[in-house]
Structure formats: structure tokens, C-alpha cells
Design a protein around this ligand. Structure first.
Ligand SMILES: [Zn+2]
Ligand SMILES: [Zn+2]
Length: 422
């Protein structure tokens, strides 16, 4: 770990996790820069090339077209051939009486990846060619927001698990659309890794206010106290000292999650009909079948993302709410890091519903064998989406405020430089 090198250009930054306002080298020379107070990574030197990010976003967008419009997999059983598209699972869910499930999965798995990568390609393209129009800030802010909800990568792993489940019983052929989808989903992950958001914000017009005390939580611009209640001049996000109603909204969403949990885990997600006999599976029974059939890597992944992560998330968020309520100051850095982790990995809990989405349309052989979507899928998806929203509306800065008000964790941040790690 090295100190900030003297003479480098310094910029003000407000940490989005703990609210500490500090100076950091702009751009950092190498490695990454951490918040001195909570350890949040403020900027990495990797992923600063707009050209690379633009190329990745364009490649992903182009690959998504054949992935969504061409057949992804074909199965043959008893002389019947069945080809599926990515949207086939949505049609199956809709026809079987689960329109809400079909709409939400269609948004997360198909519509939002297109919107995100289309908008990202346009925004990065404009920045690359020197455009500095006011719409770029709000457009890039929307791209950042959609990063959580555009789930082509989650659908890919779900499809892999679905493929593993079906191919053990019936031969499955992956079509051109399927391979394009694999490439698109991998490019989604590469784009996430190759894009350092701070490097993009730095290219957009916006000046930090010297002596500012509040910050935009979308682009981290430091603003004077009068900006409260207005819009950020760079990205047009509403500016608040702290997110209003964060605790109330988080508590309400968490309560809804706890209430849905028994239905999400107790009701069957799907039922497999073989020779007129139904075999319904809850989340846990589905995992047991995978483990029993020897697909233990998939089984272990699902144990972690479908059982471990959702429960851990609800318990951790409940703990954070209690910490703010009773002004606990212990483990502040750990709690802040935990918050980042649950915010990042929460989307992977959608794996199981996406497995059903890919799996269901492949097995539709009338009386020989077919696959029904059941009510557990809707409840499970609802619990995951609500818990993702609960994590997003929680403002981790409230934990630092509460600790400061409790037993005096001092914020001496203005004069302390961020830490440069090489
Ligand atoms: Zn911080
Ligand atoms: Zn902003």
C-alpha cells in the first residue's frame, strides 16, 4: 500500500458507502484507490479504456440479436423434434397461467439486456467521438442502474443447469442461437469487468464543489449543501443528504420477503409429468435430484445461490436495520463490505427460475413427458426481486451516521487522502 504520490492531480470524491469526503489522485497511477474510512474501492486502473468497453458493449449487443431470434436448443424424443428459443419459456409460463412470472423473466432475461447494451454502446460511442451533450450523464446513469437487472449472464448459467438436467435423460443439441447466447453472456461479464465507471464520469462535464458536504450517489460528484433536493448537474439524479425513507422502504420490503419465503420454498417450482404421473419439485427437492443424479457442481451452486444467499441477505439486512436503530458502531467496515457483497451477488439467486424458463419448453412431449411451471416459481422470483430492491434502497451511509451519533466515530475525512493500492 502506498501513499498518494505528491504532485499528482487530486480530485474530491465522496464515498458512496460511508459518505467520507476525501481527495484521491485523478486518475490513479496504478492498482486501485480505496476509501480511507470504509475500504470501498473508489477507482481501479483496470478498465479505463473507452475503446475496449465500447467494443465489448457492441459485440454483446450484436450477439444478443441471433441469441434471441434463433433457436437455442433442439431435443429429439420418440420421433418428435422440439426446438426452443430463449423466449419459449416465457410463452410456456404465460400459457400455463403465470403471466407475472413470464413478464418479469422476459424483462430481466431478454428486454433489459438489449436496453442496457444498446444504451451503453450509444453512450460510450458518443463519448468516444467527443460528444459531451447533457443527455450523456443521465444515459450512463441508467446504464449503471440496469447493470444489476440485465441478467444475460445469470440466464446462461441457468441454461447450463437446465441443459445438465435434460441431457442426462434426452439428447440435446445446441443450435447457432445457443452458441451466440453463450458468447453474448460471456461478453456481458467481460463488459462488466472492462468498464470502470469513474473513468467515464471523469470524461463528462461536472465540477466538484470545493467545500461541498453532500454527494450524488450515482456519479459521486461532491456538491454544496444547497444542492439538496435538486438534481445532480452531471447525471441528473436526485440529490439527497441521505436517501429519504431508506429505512422504511427497506423494512417494508424485508418484511414482504420474510412473508413470501414459506411459499417460495414450500410450494413446487415445477412438475415433471412422465407417463401420466406428476413429479413436483420444490427448490430444495430440485437440488436434491441434481445431487442424486451426479450433477453435484450444479447442485452446490444452487445450494449457495438459492438457499444460502437469499437467507444470508435477509438476515444481514435485518442486522443492518437493527444496527442503525440502536446505533451500533462495531464491525462498521465489515458491515459496509458485506453490504457491497450482497448487493453484487443477489442477482444470482434468480438462477433457479431461469433454469425452469429454459427447461420447461424443451420438455413438452404431450402424454409421453411434459413439464409444468408451478406457483413456487412466481413466489421464489418475487422473493428474490424484493430482496434485491431491499438491498438497493438501503443506504449504507446510515450505519456510519448511526455509529457517529452513538459513540462518536469521527468523520475527519476532508483532509485525509484516499489510499492508493498498487
Ligand atoms: Zn467509504
Ligand atoms: Zn450525479
Amino acid at each position: 500500500m502506498a501513499g498518494v504520490s505528491p504532485g499528482s492531480g487530486m480530485t474530491l470524491i465522496a464515498c458512496p458507502d460511508c459518505a467520507a469526503i476525501q481527495r484521491m489522485p485523478s486518475p490513479p497511477a496504478k492498482g486501485w484507490v480505496e476509501c480511507w474510512r470504509c475500504g470501498h474501492v473508489l477507482e481501479r486502473t483496470a478498465g479505463r479504456s473507452v475503446d475496449v468497453a465500447l467494443a465489448c458493449a457492441l459485440a454483446t449487443l450484436l450477439l444478443l440479436i441471433p441469441a434471441n431470434f434463433m433457436s437455442v436448443m433442439t431435443v429429439h424424443l420418440a420421433g418428435i423434434t422440439s426446438s426452443t428459443h430463449l423466449a419459449s419459456g416465457l410463452v410456456t409460463a404465460w400459457r400455463q397461467g403465470w403471466p407475472l412470472l413470464a413478464i418479469v423473466m422476459g424483462l430481466l432475461g431478454i428486454v433489459l439486456p438489449f436496453v442496457r447494451f444498446g444504451l451503453l454502446a450509444v453512450t460510450l460511442g458518443a463519448i468516444r467521438f467527443g460528444v459531451r451533450d447533457p443527455w450523456l450523464g443521465p444515459a450512463f446513469r441508467l446504464c449503471q442502474k440496469l447493470d444489476l437487472w440485465a441478467m444475460a449472464d445469470v440466464v446462461l448459467i441457468g441454461a447450463g443447469i437446465g441443459y445438465g438436467r435434460v441431457s442426462s435423460q434426452i439428447p440435446v443439441h445446441i443450435d447457432v442461437g445457443g452458441w451466440c447466447f453463450v458468447a453474448a453472456a460471456v461478453m456481458t461479464m467481460v463488459t462488466r469487468a472492462s468498464l470502470e465507471r469513474r473513468a467515464i464520469w471523469r470524461r463528462l462535464p461536472g465540477t466538484d464543489s470545493e467545500g461541498g458536504t453532500i454527494a450524488c450517489t450515482s456519479c459521486d460528484l461532491v456538491l454544496s449543501r444547497d444542492a439538496q433536493g435538486g438534481r445532480c448537474p452531471r447525471c441528473a439524479a436526485p440529490v439527497h443528504w441521505r436517501h429519504p425513507f431508506a429505512l422504511m422502504q427497506c423494512t417494508a420490503l424485508l418484511l414482504a420477503c420474510w412473508l413470501i419465503m414459506p411459499a417460495a420454498y414450500g410450494l413446487p417450482m415445477s412438475a415433471f409429468w412422465k407417463l401420466g404421473e406428476a413429479h413436483p419439485h420444490t427448490v430444495i427437492e430440485g437440488i436434491a435430484v441434481l445431487l442424486h443424479n451426479g450433477f453435484w457442481p450444479f447442485g452446490v451452486v444452487l445450494v449457495i445461490v438459492s438457499i444460502g444467499v437469499p437467507f444470508a441477505k435477509l438476515i444481514i439486512l435485518s442486522w443492518f436495520l437493527a444496527a442503525v436503530r440502536w446505533r451500533w458502531s462495531w464491525w462498521l467496515r465489515t458491515r459496509t463490505r458485506l453490504y457491497r457483497i450482497i448487493d453484487e451477488i443477489g442477482r444470482w439467486s434468480n438462477l433457479d427460475p431461469f433454469t425452469v424458463m429454459v427447461f420447461a419448453p424443451m420438455i413438452q412431449f404431450d402424454s409421453i413427458a411434459h413439464f409444468d411451471v408451478r406457483s413456487g416459481s412466481t413466489f421464489f422470483l418475487a422473493s428474490v426481486v424484493l430482496s434485491m430492491l431491499a438491498t438497493r434502497v438501503f443506504d449504507p451511509r446510515l450505519m456510519w451516521d448511526a455509529a457517529e451519533a452513538g459513540d462518536g466515530v469521527r468523520d475527519e475525512s476532508k483532509h485525509v487522502p484516499a489510499e492508493e493500492v498498487s
